[in-house]
Each structure stands twice: as C-alpha cells, then as structure tokens.
Design a protein around this ligand. Structure first.
Ligand code: GLN
Length: 286
C-alpha cells in the first residue's frame, strides 16, 4: 500500500469525513480528489492506482482536513452552481441554495406576462439572484449589499457570467444609500433576506452556523425584521404597478403576505417549493 495511491487516499479520506459527521463524505472526497489531480470523475475510477505527487497529495489533505472541521465544501472548492450557472463563493457570502432557484424561476415566470425588466436585489450576497435573472432575460439590475466583501464577490460573478455591463452595485444598508434618483425606477424589488429567527440559529448544522455569514442568516427575534423594513421602505422605489418578490422561511407565508397587504399590495401570492413548503411571497403595487 502506497501512501499517495489515489484509491487508498480516497478510502482514508472517506473514513475521516464520515467520522466527523459529514453527510456527503463519499462525494466530497471525490470532489477534492478531482480538484487536487485535475482528473474527471470517470478518471478517479480508471486511474485508481495513480500515485499523487507531493503537491497534489498536500492539496488533497488540506481540503479534506478543512471539510473534517465542517467547513462547507463550496467554500473549500471556491465555487458552486446556481440556475445552471457557475458562481464563486467565499465566507463573505451565503452559499446559493436550491430553494432560491424557486424565487428566480417565479420571477422569470411572472415576466412572461408582465413588464419586469429593471430590478433591484436587496442583500445580494454572491449576486446569484440578479446575475441569473440577467442571464435569463432581464435587462438591468441594481444589486445592494451592506457588505463590501460580498459586493467584491458578486462583481466577480457578474464578470464571470458576462453581465457586468447590465448590473450596478451599491454598498448600502438596505435602501439607505439609494437617493431620489432611484425613486420609481424598478419594476420589481427582489430579496432573499436573512430570515432565520435568532433562537433557531444555534440549532442549525455546523456548516451553516459556524461558517456562513451570520448577517446573512439572522432575521431577528421572529425572523421577519427585514421584510418589515423592505416592504414599507421599498415602495417608493417601485414603478407604478411594480412588484415585490421575496424568498421566505416555510412558516412565514402568512406573516409576509399580511405585511404586503397592509402596505396596499394586490395579488399577493405564496408559492411553494418542491417539498410543498411555502418558499416565495409576491405582491403587486396598485
Ligand atoms: N441573495 C443572496 C442569496 O440568495 C444572499 C442572501 C442572504 O445573504 N441572505 O444567496
């Protein structure tokens, strides 16, 4: 048995990750091996007696050791997929979720019968929402985040996906830095704000609570802090008949619908995800 033999390293890594409670230990070990060697997934099987050189082996164990500490795979690899597109991620941004694809798909669906061309995304993080909307048909977007580090990541993602000329980034706490020149300008306000209730956060898996940005998760005592601000404050930025689209937690459909209705929004609707849970709330002005 050779120390740097691919097959033996994979076996050892799988065991290590499994012992640390990593769910996808098999897949993760394979991903790290592909990244360290440049092999495809098929090559991991056809070249299983390959001996890694010392650099490759060091890279591999570095990734495995990080994952054993429960650092999310996407932060270790540095990228992920969202809406079939590639996004860079770092610990400055929330890792894009499949749940959020429902939000993007809902907006694209509504766009078929409504004028939704110019949007603003509040709390853009990696930029996954506006960048995929721009990639699939929307004309222009403004992407807002309180974190400059997040904006740096989102800019790289806009360049990577070739939409940099149609997106403007604003470093702002919600609408604070958006002056009168933005009033009435947007067909839709879009947001996947932090919506987890404070008490729930400590029970989340270590990957999320220890490594994802707390400011991207924490929605205050009832998780609704950001909707309560965005709905009333955002109205003046909408064009007449403008829309709001939010991602929400599974138990927030009624509360967020009421917030929209209380501010005069019509056609308020809750959209479910593939698991049948409430996931998106939307409404139309006027
Ligand atoms: N808009 C980003 C996303 O959906 C970030 C969301 C957040 O940080 N709460 O992934």
């Amino acid at each position: 048995m050779s120390r740097n033999k691919l097959e033996d390293m994979l076996v050892k890594a799988r065991k290590m990750l499994k012992n640390e409670g990593v769910g996808e230990y098999q897949l993760d070990a394979q991903l790290f091996m592909m990244k360290a060697t440049g092999f495809t997934k098929v090559q991991l099987f056809t070249k299983n007696d390959y001996c890694l050189n010392n650099n490759e082996a060091e890279d591999f164990w570095d990734m495995v050791n990080k994952r054993a500490k429960r650092i999310p795979t996407q932060y270790i690899i540095g990228n992920c997929q969202f809406m079939g597109l590639d996004f860079l991620v770092s610990e400055a941004v929330l890792i894009p979720r499949q749940d959020t694809e429902i939000l993007v798909e809902t907006i694209l669906e509504y766009r078929k019968n409504n004028e939704i061309n110019n949007i603003i995304d509040i709390g853009t993080g990696s930029g996954c929402i506006p960048i995929s909307l721009l990639s699939y048909g929307i004309n222009n977007a403004v992407a807002v985040d309180i974190s400059n580090d997040a904006i740096e990541v989102a800019k790289k993602n806009a360049a990577l996906n070739k939409v940099l000329n149609r997106i403007q980034f604003v470093n702002s706490n919600l609408f604070e830095a958006l002056g009168e020149e933005y009033y009435g300008k947007f067909d839709a306000i879009v947001s996947n704000p932090p919506y987890i209730a404070k008490d729930i956060i400590k029970g989340l898996m270590p990957e999320v609570k220890d490594f994802e940005p707390m400011i991207a998760l924490d929605g205050g005592d009832d998780g609704l802090d950001f909707y309560k601000k965005i709905v009333p404050e955002g109205k003046k930025y909408l064009s007449s008949n403008g829309w709001m689209f939010f991602e929400i937690g599974y138990d927030q459909g009624v509360a967020v619908s009421r917030l929209l209705e209380a501010e005069g929004f019509q056609k308020v609707e809750v959209i479910k995800d593939l698991a049948g849970l409430d996931r998106v709330v939307l409404g139309k002005m006027g």
